[in-house]
Design a protein around this ligand. Structure first.
Ligand SMILES: [Zn+2]
Length: 60
């Protein structure tokens, strides 16, 4: 079983917490915080990709 085809997690936060928990892996890993300053990052524990979701609506 491989879990390398997980879709990226979209978020609007600049920092996300990942503990690796999912229905397939309820134990996960130690909770860590990841910075999305570059718009996208990958969790070193579970290889889950987090992508910053930018607003599509423009402020006028
Ligand atoms: Zn993780």
């Amino acid at each position: 079983m491989t879990a390398s085809t997980q879709p990226p997690v979209l978020t609007r936060e600049t920092r996300v917490a990942c503990d690796g928990r999912s229905p397939a892996d309820p134990l996960g890993h130690p909770k860590i915080f990841l910075s999305l300053a570059d718009g996208e990052t990958q969790c070193p524990y579970c290889s889950r990709t987090f992508r910053k979701q930018t607003e599509t609506r423009n402020n006028k």
